[in-house]
Design a protein around this ligand. Structure first.
Ligand SMILES: Cc1cc2nc3c(=O)[nH]c(=O)nc-3n(C[C@H](O)[C@H](O)[C@H](O)COP(=O)(O)OP(=O)(O)OC[C@H]3O[C@@H](n4cnc5c(N)ncnc54)[C@H](O)[C@@H]3O)c2cc1C
Ligand code: FES
Length: 259
């Protein structure tokens, strides 16, 4: 798969939620094919003392206008600085990195469960599943109403359900408590999930209990982002694997998670 390593021009930084933003950048060259689950390593301006690139899932891409976008939650110095970028600024990107989600056969029913910034890979996945004629349900969880505003990104690709911990939107509680998971309601052929690790483990457990194939996208901390430093490894049934190279997408049963 060919990769881009280039300065991209910031076109827009939009804040749909206080602590999270969508940044759109224009590539100087044609964008290679991006698969759902691929990520980019973004260099944050190093006056901040942030030397290592930071990994972010690719939210969306427009090949014709050479635009690429990311949904980013402010966590520390790097994400804060990136969120302050202005139109016209240049940001260095390397992508596409990592593997991708696998698609089920056409016609199969799928459930996509996302929480926090873990919703990012699901726009591309939702679009591909729709083209593949899959029946898609999204379940998006957050602390309160503002955290699930981004669920509107998915409405063109399937049914969208939400949960909030304070009950301000959708069902009250965690995604795993949604009535969708009440026994007898789980009629899916495949489940995808990305978000906080405890959430993905709980979703993996539900999938296993119901004999449903399940893929998760891990967000382990990374340094090099291309397989050289081994700092991102996760334990699997075949030994340690690099999340940046063999992942970030893994089948839950391949991971040595105690779920
Ligand atoms: C493959 C992949 C895809 C990702 N996609 C997205 C995305 O689409 N949107 C998004 O907002 N974030 C995403 N992340 C997480 C993102 O990379 C981190 O939030 C970011 O690197 C934090 O950088 P920072 O400089 O702001 O924080 P730092 O100053 O580096 O860290 C601040 C605090 O957060 C902790 N931290 C940093 N990174 C992580 C992490 N990955 N997991 C747990 N704790 C961490 C640090 O230990 C520290 O306590 C992804 C991560 C991976 C590996
Ligand atoms: S981040 Fe260096 S090997 Fe994965």
């Amino acid at each position: 798969m060919s990769k881009i390593i280039a300065d991209h021009v910031v076109v827009e930084v939009r804040y749909p939620v206080n602590d999270s933003f969508i940044i759109t950048l224009r590539s100087p060259v044609d964008i290679p094919d991006i698969l759902p689950g691929n990520f980019a390593e973004i260099q944050i301006e190093n006056t901040t003392g942030v030397f290592l690139r930071r990994p972010f899932s690719i939210l969306d891409v427009d090949y014709e206008s050479r635009m690429i976008s990311f949904f980013i939650k402010i966590i520390g110095k790097g994400t804060k600085k990136l969120g302050e970028a202005k139109r016209g600024d240049k940001v260095s990107l390397i992508y596409p990195l990592g593997n991708s989600f696998s698609l089920p056969e056409p016609g199969k029913k799928v459930l996509i469960v996302g929480g926090g910034s873990g919703i990012a890979p699901f726009v591309l996945l939702g679009r591909n599943l729709k083209s593949n004629n899959n029946d898609v349900t999204f379940l998006i969880g957050g602390k309160s109403k503002k955290d699930v505003l981004v669920s509107s990104l998915f409405s063109g690709f399937g049914k969208v359900l939400t949960t909030t911990e304070d009950g301000s939107a959708g069902e009250k509680g965690f995604v795993t408590g949604h009535s969708l998971f009440k026994s007898g309601n789980i009629h899916f052929d495949k489940i995808y999930s990305c978000g906080p690790e405890p959430m993905m483990k709980a979703i993996g457990k539900i999938a296993n209990r119901n004999g449903i194939d399940c893929e998760v996208s891990l967000e382990n901390m990374m340094a090099c982002g291309f397989g050289a430093c081994l700092c991102c490894v996760t334990e699997t049934i075949e030994g340690n694997k690099r999340v940046c190279k063999e992942g970030p997408v893994f089948n839950v049963n391949y991971l040595k998670w105690r779920i």
